[in-house]
Design a protein around this ligand. Structure first.
Ligand SMILES: *[C@@H]1O[C@H](CO)[C@@H](O)[C@H](O)[C@H]1NC(C)=O
Ligand SMILES: *[C@@H]1O[C@H](CO)[C@@H](O)[C@H](O)[C@H]1NC(C)=O
Ligand SMILES: *[C@@H]1O[C@H](CO)[C@@H](O)[C@H](O)[C@H]1NC(C)=O
Length: 212
């Protein structure tokens, strides 16, 4: 009797642990786990705002880009790769775990296209809270990567205009923190990814190589 009870208890505990882990995982649009070995398009859950996230050339410096939303809804953007900052934490991407985000595409700038929050690295005319990509040719990324390069994926809880309640949002703790949502800010007829009080609610669509 006691043994049975113990067994049941152990079963219950292991079930809870598994359930606990499962809720921590990030899933793609096909309900598969998001991993650091695949690339994903970052798409809006709510339609009517535009397409996926891509890097947008901005005239000021070669190999430096801004993250913006494709204007056309049919443009799924460019694939990104999420990698846990802590290399020992495995291939699955969990909420909330520190990750780096980079566009996973070939460029003439031979470097990882890491995302980071712009802050003081940008000329003074730029808003200081945009998500920027890349670095100058010949320059190196700081080691270890500072908080501007650290992101997390969090669940979004709330009802959107199309009735959907399931989605994710990206957050950053650039500077002193605390973790702040990334959202879209409109200027120059484009939606730019910036620190924001209103999150950009997204889903992740696995990219098939070679990318379209
Ligand atoms: C990295 O992950 C491992 C395994 O989960 C953990 O033991 C270690 O404390 C983590 N390191 C940091 C710096 O968070
Ligand atoms: C996550 O990143 C932030 C910013 O770099 C850092 O302060 C925090 O300690 C990191 N957390 C873990 C668990 O590594
Ligand atoms: C969203 O809901 C999940 C599961 O119900 C919960 O773990 C998480 O803390 C919630 N997040 C926010 C920001 O409310």
């Amino acid at each position: 009797m006691n043994h049975l009870l113990l067994l049941l208890l152990l079963l219950a505990i292991s079930f809870l642990c598994i359930a606990g882990d499962a809720t921590q995982l990030v899933y793609d649009t096909e309900n598969h786990e998001v991993t650091s070995e695949d690339s994903y398009y970052v798409l809006p859950v709510e339609h009517g705002t535009g397409g996926g996230l891509r890097m947008m050339f901005h005239t000021w410096r070669r190999c430096n880009y801004l993250v913006s939303q494709a204007s056309s809804e049919t443009d799924i953007g460019l694939p990104v790769r999420f990698v846990p900052s802590n290399e020992s934490s495995g291939r699955n991407i969990l909420v909330p775990t520190n990750i780096t985000v980079s566009f996973h595409i070939p460029t003439t700038c031979i470097q990882t296209m890491y995302w980071h929050v712009g802050y003081s690295r940008l000329p003074p005319l730029e808003p200081h809270d945009r998500v920027v990509v890349g670095k100058d040719e010949g320059a190196s990324y700081p080691v270890p990567l500072p908080s501007e390069f650290v992101f997390r994926i969090e669940r979004y809880n709330g009802t959107m205009r199309n009735g959907k309640t399931k989605g994710y949002k990206l957050v950053s703790c650039a500077g002193e923190g605390p973790w702040k949502d990334l959202g879209l800010s409109a200027s120059e007829n484009k939606n730019w990814l910036t620190m924001s009080n209103s999150p950009f609610v997204v889903e992740f669509k696995k990219a098939q190589y070679p990318y379209a």
